[in-house]
Design a binder for this molecule. Sequence first.
Ligand SMILES: [Zn+2]
Ligand SMILES: [Zn+2]
Length: 199
Amino acid sequence: MHRIANYTSSVMAYLHAAHLREHGVMAGVIDASISAITPIYNVALIKGDYELVIASKKATQRATELLKELELNPPHIEENWENDIRPDLSLLKKEHIPECPSCGTWLCSSRPFGPCIKCKAKYDLMQLVFDQHGPDALACCYEQQEPLANLTDAEVCSIDLDCPNCSYPLDGLPIESHCPECGNWFHRRELFRDILTPL
Ligand SMILES: [Zn+2]
Ligand SMILES: [Zn+2]
């Protein structure tokens, strides 16, 4: 796992991770909000509470570009949204993701309230999904199901992943195997579970 950014807001960290996943980069958030006591000053240090990590070093450049894009055109977050149970909108079925009510562009699940990438209109993605497809379409965003449960082993194997022990790319290896470089045993689903399941 490779750390590529830090956030103080959990909701921003999760939305950015969702944005990367939507664009083919396996990403997750590690809650690193541990306050450490420094031995010298004896003060609590709280830094970068939420770490955005990606599963493969190879994807670093792509991920950095995607984050830059987001920075130029950041998603709008409604006040207090963070306090509600956080739905994982990246789990929405593709066919349930609506078009922008103003310009017809496909919306991104990582921009729950806009602005639309094309026309900058604001919207409420969950409300649109609810109106168009009913509450069942949103249910999958709250399910505490096994991450990637809907993917076959072959599909899981096709996601770029580096050895968590030595960072060797595990390309072409089966779902469960040993790292050819350091011998570390791994199971792809377990590694992805670690980065996709918030503690
Ligand atoms: Zn639009
Ligand atoms: Zn290794």
